[in-house]
Design a protein around this ligand. Structure first.
Ligand SMILES: [Zn+2]
Ligand SMILES: [Zn+2]
Length: 257
């Protein structure tokens, strides 16, 4: 059995929970300790049940709560060397937390879960994203990527579930109030995917096994839920209502494979 839920998704904090048999991981923890505990309770989980945190990259909306949570609840932390170095330089690494340095292209077993990290272009030190599996079904998570790559599309083909960034609508970003440098960073090759990029990426995948597609990391200033949903539905050739969305406050409720 593989199931997953989101506690939060967006530039104010990201945290996804995935469970394979009796193994529970969080992918990122970009919330305070108390907020993470509150939202885990909402999802019906004790914080002590979380075995490990898989970290994608050091940006605060993904990593600000990682070591606080891990220290408080004896969770292991998995991250790349570059991400670890970046967090250490910011004074965000807590000594005594069991830390495992991973390679961006090497799959590994984490108790009952198979974890397959993969590298992405994003303006962090050594960013990765993850596919996790119980051996039968595979869930892919992809946010914080400036542009798709052949490697990413190969990795995400044939998944059973996909949580996919739809960060911004191009017109809303360029016509909006962000400073020019920030607009350029977001839209640049190491920034984020817009709705059209995500639609193209999804359309390029083998989608034959997909049972869940969820738009994630939507900008609250530069996107609208209905635009992201419509883009992903076009790629899937499905009803818009079939596409899920991950919210900043609510994340999304458990989905099972
Ligand atoms: Zn982010
Ligand atoms: Zn980021």
């Amino acid at each position: 059995m593989l199931r997953f839920a989101s506690l939060a998704s967006g530039s104010q904090g990201n945290c996804l929970v995935a469970q394979a048999e009796d193994t529970i991981v969080m992918i990122d923890c970009g919330l305070s300790l108390t907020e993470t505990e509150r939202r885990l309770a909402r999802a019906g989980l004790e914080p002590g049940a979380v075995d490990a945190i898989l970290v994608t990259h050091e940006h605060g909306d993904h990593a600000c709560g990682v070591f606080d949570f891990a220290a408080a609840h004896s969770a292991r932390v998995y991250l790349t060397h570059g991400c670890h170095a970046a967090l250490r330089a910011e004074g965000k690494v807590t000594e005594g937390v069991k830390t495992v340095i991973i390679q961006g292209r090497s799959a590994f077993a984490l108790d009952s879960m198979e974890v397959h990290p993969f590298t992405v272009p994003h303006d962090a030190r050594e960013p990765v994203q993850y596919v996790v599996s119980d051996g039968a079904s595979r869930l892919g998570v992809l946010t914080d990527i400036g542009a798709s790559t052949a490697h990413v599309e190969q990795t995400l083909s044939g998944l059973d579930a996909l949580v996919l960034e739809c960060n911004y609508d191009r017109d809303m970003l360029w016509n909006g109030g962000y400073p020019k440098w920030l607009k350029a960073r977001i839209a640049g090759p190491f920034g984020h995917l817009d709705n059209v990029d995500s639609e193209r990426l999804l359309a390029a995948l083998d989608r034959s096994r997909l049972k869940h597609v969820i738009g994630a990391h939507l900008s609250q200033q530069n996107n609208r839920p209905q635009l992201a949903r419509a883009a992903l539905a076009r790629a899937m050739g499905c009803e818009e209502s079939w596409i899920g969305l991950a919210g900043q406050e609510d994340g999304f409720d458990w989905r099972s494979l």
